[in-house]
Ligand binder design. Structure first.
Ligand SMILES: [Zn+2]
Ligand SMILES: [Zn+2]
Length: 381
């Protein structure tokens, strides 16, 4: 049996040679032949397409089933995902589902507990014991014809669309070598490491507004080059949500495109976390942080704030109880007769707005207390 943690030298070779050709090869080529506008464009277009294949396809559609889409779009996303060379939908989704169901344990293939390097790329480069490398938990995907087809022809599809196609485009303007350097090698390097950064950097730096116990973090910066996947703390809390960045200004092109497709009926059953659940998780997260801080602070600070925190927390719980009941009523009203229940729907929407405002104020107070404790301040309004 292969020793765990020994390296798979084939993988080491491929994952070193691709960035080496990508960066050094492209650099040398630019030095001798310069750059034409088609080349960076080829890089951006193929990066975008293969990146979307991973985020919209592999991740949100296949691994999490956070929305449904037509057969045609499933096939398009499968092809786009294949040209990222991140293995098949089945293997990718199996690993990813393990990451979500057993986070930060030995059954998490890219557990951050084994270090930044392991979570980033080490887990791919190392030999994994056979029992841990098994493709499991993807029975639902195995039945799909698009997945079966990809399983048979994964490399053919990847090479045809990810290498031959850029090469042919390059032939059209007389620079095939430049096209394959920019559109294949440099592009694969970028798409690989962008994905890897979600497993490493997004479990390392950033805020934890929705679950303070998780190592996953929200990072708007990582979102910029991962097509919206940087809001990883939210994603770990509500993995079935088709959005990762929930605020309207959050950079999440995958969410925008899924939304856009849904207007025309090409995407449907978009799963979305309910507003009260999101706010409940935010309050819970800050309460956990406060508990942590209180346990390591002085008695005078702890005694001063403890009852205030309990009071605010209990107020929030009362709001959530009412909010949940209202939400049930709302769901029932819109499913029965939208027109007849117009008035009640409007009333419930207004109460929900009030609830958001009330919980927001509680959160501001709790945030302030957390800040005071961190600074060792004794102030109580
Ligand atoms: Zn994660
Ligand atoms: Zn996920």
């Amino acid at each position: 049996m292969k020793k765990h943690n020994s390296y798979n030298w084939n993988m080491v070779f491929f994952l070193s040679i691709i960035p080496l050709i990508g960066f050094v090869g492209t650099g040398v080529y630019i030095y001798h032949h310069g750059v034409v506008w088609q080349e960076p464009l080829l890089l951006l277009v193929f990066w975008f397409l293969s990146g979307m294949g991973i985020t919209m396809g592999y991740h949100r559609l296949f691994a999490h089933k956070s929305y449904e889409t037509t057969n045609f779009i499933q096939w398009v996303l499968m092809i786009l995902g294949s040209l990222a060379f991140e293995n098949t939908i089945l293997k990718w989704s199996s690993d990813h589902r393990k990451h979500h169901t057993h986070p930060e344990t030995e059954n998490d293939p890219y557990s951050i507990k084994e270090g930044f390097w392991h979570a980033h790329i080490g887990w791919i480069l190392k030999n994994t014991p056979e029992e841990k490398n098994k493709i499991i938990g993807v029975k639902d995907l195995e039945k799909k014809s698009v997945v079966k087809f990809q399983n048979k022809y994964y490399f053919h599809i990847g090479i045809l669309f990810g290498m031959v196609l850029p090469l042919c485009i390059g032939l059209l303007y007389g620079r095939p070598l430049g096209a394959i350097l920019w559109g294949t090698f440099l592009r694969i390097t970028l798409v690989h490491h962008a994905t890897f950064f979600i497993n490493s950097l997004c479990h390392y730096v950033g805020a934890r507004p929705y679950d303070s116990n998780s190592t996953a973090r929200d990072s708007w910066f990582v979102s910029l080059f991962t097509f919206g996947e940087g809001y990883h703390n939210y994603h770990h809390k509500f993995q079935w949500d088709y959005r990762n960045g929930i605020k309207w200004f959050a950079f999440d092109p995958s969410k925008w495109i899924i939304n856009f497709l849904s207007y025309f009926g090409f995407a449907y059953n978009l799963k979305k976390a309910k507003e009260y659940l999101i706010w409940e998780s935010r309050i819970e997260s800050i309460k956990n942080q406060l508990n942590d801080k209180l346990s390591s602070t002085t008695d005078s600070i702890s005694n001063l704030y403890i009852s205030k925190i309990e009071l605010l927390y209990n107020q929030s719980q009362d709001i959530f109880t009412i909010w949940k009941e209202l939400d049930l009523k709302y769901t029932k009203s819109i499913s029965v007769d939208k027109l007849k229940n117009k008035e009640i729907i409007k009333k419930i929407r207004n109460i929900n707005k009030e609830n958001i405002n009330k919980v927001k104020l509680i959160k501001i107070d709790l945030d302030q207390i957390l800040l005071n404790i961190k600074r060792g301040k004794l102030v109580l309004d």
